[in-house]
Design a protein around this ligand. Structure first.
Ligand code: ZN
Length: 69
């Protein structure tokens, strides 16, 4: 099953956070203004890079590892 993931970003660091997602997961995230009613965030909505209040949420899906047994 694909899993939805997300990271938050402030306006200043959106590009940095996007680059990090591209590097870490090899996907291009969807950019949404924060708050967004479709994203259920369990962590505080702060910039992944600097910890300030988030302005955007970046979401993407990854294929979960399939257990071999
Ligand atoms: Zn920031």
């Amino acid at each position: 099953m694909p899993e939805s993931s997300y990271r938050f970003a402030c306006e200043e660091h959106m590009d940095v956070v996007i680059d990090g997602i591209v590097d870490d997961f090899a996907v291009a995230p969807t950019i949404l203004p924060w708050p967004d009613p479709t994203v259920r965030a369990e962590s505080p909505a702060v910039c992944h890079w600097c910890g300030k209040t988030a302005d955007y949420v970046l979401t993407w899906t990854t294929e979960a590892e399939t257990p071999s047994t």
